[in-house]
Design a protein around this ligand. Sequence first.
Ligand SMILES: N[C@@H](CCC(=O)N[C@@H](CS)C(=O)NCC(=O)O)C(=O)O
Length: 200
Amino acid sequence: MKLYFANTSPYARKTRMAVIEKGLLDRVEMIFANPFEENPELKAANPLGKVPALVTDEGQAIFDSPVICAYLDSLSPDLALIPSDHWRWDVLAREALTDGILDAAFAIVMERRRPNEQQSQHWFERWTTAIFRSVDAIEADIAGFEGDLDIAQIGLGAALGYVDFRLPDIDWRVGRPMAKAWFDVFSQRASMTETDPENK
Ligand SMILES: N[C@@H](CCC(=O)N[C@@H](CS)C(=O)NCC(=O)O)C(=O)O
C-alpha cells in the first residue's frame, strides 16, 4: 500500500506512528507529498488534496488520519490500537480529543501565516483556549492514556509534539505535571523519535 505524507504534518505523523507500532513498515511505501504544491497523484488519492492519504494494495483510497489508523489497525489483530470491547468508545473519544488539539494547533499555524492585518485575535484566543482546556482534561484523565498502547496515546503524542514543534510559545506543560511526565516518557518510543519532524 502507499501512504502519502509530509514529514511536518502531524496528521501524517500519527499514521506513520501507527504503521511503525503495528509492525507494518515493510508493507507500506511512503511517498512524500507537499499538499501545498500541485500534486495530481495526491489529489487522485484524496480529492481534498490533504495528507495523509493511503491507497491500499487493492487500489482503494482511504483518508483522513483517523480512518487510515483504523484501517491499519484492522490489518493485524496483534496489538489492537482500537479495542473492540466496551473500552472502544472511551478510546475513540480520547482520540477525538487529541485530534481536536491538532486541529486547533494547525489552525493557529495557518492563521499566523496570513498577513498580520488579516489575522483574527478572536480565533487565536478560541483555538489557544481549546488547546489548554483539552490538555487540562487530559491531565485529569491521565490514567486513560496509560496502559496498553492505543490510538488515543498515539494521537496525544502527535498532538503535543506538534504544539512543541510549531507553537513553542503555547506552554501546555505549565500546571500540568502529569501530562508533562506522560509526554517525557512517550516521546522516547521509537515511533515518536523516528517520525520527529526536527530529526529530518
Ligand atoms: N482531518 C485531516 C486533516 C489533514 C490536514 O489538514 N493535513 C494538512 C497537512 S498537516 C494538509 O494537507 N493541508 C492542506 C490543505 O489544507 O489544503 C486528517 O486528520 O487527516
